[in-house]
Write a protein that binds this ligand. Structure first.
Ligand code: GUN
Length: 294
């Protein structure tokens, strides 16, 4: 048996097209131009690539994109002043501060300064708390993407056993909450979990979000399980370049799993598409327009 490959590229493109249609409609019907502000501090090469892609895709969806690039040695007060300006700016409906931040900046303080109504990353405690309480919230984009990819395989995941490997604020914890809202039975595992292979073998749905290259092996996976790989690890090649690998040993796990996401071309594609969804939703909520159809 070999697994069905979940095509994140195509699913993300379809989602972006639906967002673009809705953006055109809210412009027409409500005179509303959704706007996303992305703040990049310093020059981490991976972050620069992500931010460029967010900018291009935001514009391609017909939304306004505002990029703010600050030097790595910017003071916390200057960054907080920029966030306060963006919070007040009526053209900005979504604010994303690219993580990780350079040393010297206190991530929690920065995230807490974002207006929760504009927190399209879903990281502010207001949104994280609402999600954990089962209330409507802006939710983090990568976990939202994981749910959409899962639903491309299973229309309903009610009652299924899911394991989330990794407990980060950006992925593992919010993904746990989204899966619970879908009525899955969820185990959250992490570096201190005992007998991770055995825990993983019980799962119908496996989410690997640890940042350890190819950690999930074929003998960890129940035959037929759906495997969603959130990892993006850059490994050096013998030619002195880098290649991307996930947290799942793709070539061996695809022979056991029922469905699997590739890296690249899986979850990564969904994150920006879901950011556009969140920006559109935030814009409609702030403007008092009806909820969009995505
Ligand atoms: N860095 C890597 N992924 C993300 C993300 O989804 N949001 C933010 N703000 N930073 C990131």
């Amino acid at each position: 048996m070999t697994a069905r490959i979940i095509d994140g590229k195509t699913i993300a493109a379809e989602l972006r097209a639906r967002v673009a249609d809705e953006v055109a409609r809210v412009k027409r019907e409500h005179n509303l131009l959704p706007g996303l502000a992305v703040v990049l501090v310093g020059n981490d090469p991976a972050s620069e690539v992500y931010v460029r892609s967010k900018h291009t895709q935001t514009q391609a969806a017909g939304m306004a994109s505002f990029e703010h690039k600050l030097p790595a040695d910017v003071s916390q007060d200057e960054l907080l002043a920029l966030i306060a300006r963006l919070n007040r700016d009526p053209a900005v409906h979504g604010i994303l501060v690219q993580l990780p931040l350079p040393k010297g900046l206190h991530t929690e303080t920065i995230i807490n300064a974002i207006d929760p109504a504009k927190d399209v990353d879903g990281l502010h405690p207001h949104n994280a708390g609402r999600l954990a309480g089962g209330f409507a919230a802006l939710s983090p984009c990568t976990p939202l993407g994981c749910i959409i990819l899962t639903k491309s395989v299973h229309a309903s995941i009610e009652g299924m056993n899911a394991i989330v490997i990794g407990r980060s604020n950006l992925v593992g914890r919010p993904l746990l909450q989204l899966l619970l809202n879908e009525n899955a039975t969820v185990t959250i595992a992490h570096s201190r979990s005992r007998d991770l292979p055995e825990l993983t073998r019980r799962a119908d749905l496996v989410y690997a979000a640890v940042g350890r290259p190819e950690m999930v092996r074929a003998d960890w996976v129940k035959p037929g399980a759906t495997v969603i790989d959130v990892g993006i690890n850059r490994l050096p090649t013998t030619e002195g370049k880098t290649r991307l690998v996930g947290d799942v040993a793709f070539e061996e796990v695809r022979r056991v799993a029922g469905a699997i996401t590739p890296v690249p071309g899986g979850v990564g594609q969904m994150t920006v598409a879901c950011l556009l969804v969140n920006t559109l939703r935030a814009a409609c909520a702030i403007a008092g327009a009806p909820k969009p159809a995505v």
